[in-house]
Design a binder for this molecule. Structure first.
Ligand code: FAD
Length: 198
């Protein structure tokens, strides 16, 4: 959580800097870093300023910080949503996204680890119009030991997140492994191959 009080406070959230660099940047921006504490409440005082309640997890410690602005950046913490709701924001309950698909199809088992550079996969969900373009994705796909993964599957899991949740994660997936070749051309190639090698 970021709050602007007497000193300017900036949070830099990136995995690409070391702890030392982070501390240097914090000191440069006059950021006060407080570890081992959590924000347990944020209210507004009579002057319209935020009052942020900070508690230490291990000991009996409570502090109140006055702030002009509060930025809630608590990730998926339920507490963060509560703070936002308390201050008038409406919260749409989140559902999981960006996951792989578990598929009980024995034919996939022996293909575990095989990747395809370009497939087209269509997710068929109850109550969804067949034409929903975002539920058809083209790109790389990977067969895993329990189903399918890769960019195509992750994208479908994101676009279909709410409907998959509603349908208790039961859906049909149609995969075209040769999306750039017309079915008649495939047949012709196979017949040619048969003629040459049978
Ligand atoms: C296994 C895994 C792999 C991932 N891989 C990737 C990847 O390769 N690429 C990618 O782009 N994304 C990836 N992500 C997603 C990415 O980690 C998240 O999207 C990102 O961390 C979200 O950032 P955030 O700042 O919103 O929340 P968070 O990173 O969750 O940060 C919120 C912070 O707020 C703190 N906090 C919560 N409540 C309070 C409170 N009351 N008081 C004080 N502090 C509080 C929490 O302790 C936490 O440190 C991955 C996620 C997971 C779980």
């Amino acid at each position: 959580m970021l709050f602007d009080s007497a000193v300017h406070s900036v949070i830099i959230h990136t995995p690409f800097i070391t702890k030392k660099q982070f501390l240097e940047l914090s000191s440069f921006f006059e950021v006060s870093l407080q570890a081992g504490k959590s924000v347990s409440g944020a209210s507004v005082d009579a002057n319209g300023k935020f009052v942020v309640k900070v508690e230490k997890r291990t000991i009996d410690f409570v502090d109140y910080i006055s702030a002009n602005y509060v930025l809630v950046a608590t990730g998926s913490s339920q507490q963060g949503y509560s703070f936002a709701a308390q201050h008038g924001h409406s919260i749409i309950p989140p559902v999981p996204s960006l996951f792989t698909f578990k598929i009980a199809d024995k034919r996939l088992a022996d293909l575990s680890g095989v990747s395809f550079t370009r497939v087209t996969a269509k997710l068929m969900l109850d109550g969804i119009q067949k034409s929903a373009p975002e539920l058809t994705q083209t790109g790389p796909m990977l067969v895993t030991h329990w189903g399918l993964s890769g960019p195509v599957v992750l994208r479908l899991s994101a676009w279909g997140a709410r409907e998959l949740y509603q349908d208790k994660y039961q859906a049909k997936l149609v995969v075209d492994f040769i999306p750039d070749i017309h079915i008649e051309d495939v047949k012709r190639i196979l017949f040619q191959h048969k003629d040459q090698h049978a």
